[in-house]
Design a protein around this ligand. Structure first.
Ligand code: UD1
Ligand code: CA
Length: 444
């Protein structure tokens, strides 16, 4: 859906003191990605014509994380209304809807923002639409005061609320949509005359009502609007986002044997009839085609797996691992920047790095591609149908021709031609009766 008349401001200038961290709060990762990136990803489908992130001084790292979205600096943290004012250059002449979001509310969805923008367009033409929710424990959230007719009258911050208002269960999630033509007229009247001495954005509601403008509430679930203020809440948010990813994977046709133990990244792609066993971690950049089985205890990142392949148990696919159709990667195998051809097998205890492995090649247990000499990386090329005997070291750069056999225990330093046998190990010598004589001599 396109809303060319939408501008977005994400507030992220707060210090996040309760995280007890050197990292700004909004850069703490959820599913491996900074919180604020999740917020911006939810905003992107709205295709806003203007977006800005409000940061504090010395938050260049936030700027780098959100680029190319621009940042504006709020010099002193005087409150949420002051933070929006910091983006005034971008917003002054804007006449569409202005969505204000908090960088520490990372689970917000595009659908909810769309509902709010739609509410703004309703006939009663509310100047402010606020996102409300009913938390199990309303705690210190701001409370929404609604008239008997259902219109929003006022937001009262917890610290400023009477006991009667504190007993209200409907809370302010923080997300607000403003009529851009009214935003600054409201902001200009907000003062810091409250118990925190801050300019509260939430005061825009009572000011709008006093001027005769309507205000409205749209509700969302607590799971979507929880704010992250400390590490325990960060862990809670991780749980919720993983729950969402697991659900989506299953809805799209993957079987997760024990969903609660599988961890996804926002960009993980799973095909149909994929089976994922217990305790599997998908880091960033993983694409899995149809009918792949990923057995228990695998860790994948930056990897592509084609149809019908089998991975694990206990396999590690690192960036640049490309696994061909119906290939097998077994236990205690690590693959980095390596291509495994169709039907190739690497079943046990092996390191494949900077290598290409042909179709139907068989890599024996304990094979190591020695790709690094301490200074530079070199390539190993293994042809179609080659057979690498167990416990071989392939010292790169080296090529094993198609159909060649490498004897077990070889240290291969020279190229091997197609269909040859190469054996590169000490010769076996046997001395009859030696062991018996040795033991006899020791007994004396
Ligand atoms: C705010 C709301 C409260 C709501 C709650 C929901 C206000 C006054 N209160 O309270 O009604 O229930 O969120 O989570 O808005 N920020 C700035 N500059 C500032 C102050 C804050 O950029 O000067 C940013 C923070 O980085 C944060 C967001 O605004 O992302 C919210 O600020 P925070 O101090 O966390 O507000 P709450 O006390 O949680
Ligand atoms: Ca907060």
């Amino acid at each position: 859906m396109t809303h060319p008349s939408v501008a977005v401001v994400v507030l992220a200038a707060g210090k996040g003191t309760r995280m007890k961290s050197d990292l700004p709060k909004v850069l703490h990762p959820l599913a491996g990605q900074p919180m604020i990136v999740h917020v911006l990803s939810a905003v992107a489908p709205l295709q806003p014509s203007r977006v800005a992130v409000v940061v504090g001084p010395d938050m260049e790292n936030v700027g780098r994380a959100v680029a190319p979205v621009p940042t504006v600096v709020q010099t002193r943290q005087l409150g949420t209304a002051d933070a929006v004012r910091a983006a005034s250059e971008m917003l002054r002449d804007f006449v569409g809807d202005v969505i204000v979001l908090y960088g520490d509310t990372p689970l917000i969805t595009t659908e909810t923002m769309t509902r709010m923008v739609e509410r703004r367009a309703a006939p009663d033409n509310p100047a402010v639409v606020v996102l409300g929710f009913r938390p199990v424990d309303p705690g210190a959230y701001g409370r929404l005061v609604v008239s008997p007719a259902g219109g929003l009258e006022q937001i009262v911050e917890y610290v400023d609320a009477s006991e009667t208002i504190r007993s209200v269960g409907l809370c302010n999630a923080g997300l607000m949509v403003f009529d851009g033509r009214r935003l600054f007229e409201l902001l200009d009247h907000i003062d810091d005359n409250n118990s925190k001495g801050e300019y509260y954005l939430t005061d825009a509601v009572s000011l709008a009502r006093a001027t005769g403008y309507a205000c409205a509430v749209v509700e969302a679930s607590e799971a979507e609007v929880m704010g992250v203020n400390c590490r325990a809440e960060l862990a809670e948010a991780e749980k919720l986002i993983q729950k969402r990813f697991r659900r989506a994977a299953m809805d799209n046709g993957a079987t997760l044997t024990d969903p609660d133990t599988v961890y996804f990244s926002p960009d993980t792609k799973l095909g149909r009839d994929v089976v994922v066993g217990p305790s599997v971690v998908f880091g960033p950049g993983v694409t899995i085609a149809d009918k792949v089985e990923i057995k228990a205890f695998c860790h994948l990142e930056g990897a592509t797996v084609a149809d019908g392949a089998t991975i694990g148990p206990y396999a590690r696919l690192r960036p640049g691992a490309v696994i061909g159709p119906a290939a097998h990667v077994g236990n205690f195998v690590e693959i980095k920047n390596g291509n495994l051809g169709p039907g190739a097998k690497v079943n046990h205890l092996t390191y494949i790095g900077d290598a290409t492995i042909g179709a139907k090649a068989n890599i024996g247990a304990g094979t190591i591609t020695c790709n690094y000499d301490g200074f530079s990386k070199s390539k190993t090329e293994i042809g179609d149908g080659a057979f690498i005997g167990s416990n071989s070291s392939l010292v790169a750069p080296v090529k094993i021709g198609s159909g060649a056999i490498v004897g077990a225990g070889s240290v291969v330093v020279k190229d091997v031609e197609a269909n040859a046998l190469t054996v590169a190990r000490g010769h076996q010598q046997t001395y009859s009766g030696w062991a018996e004589r040795f033991r006899a001599a020791k007994k004396k």
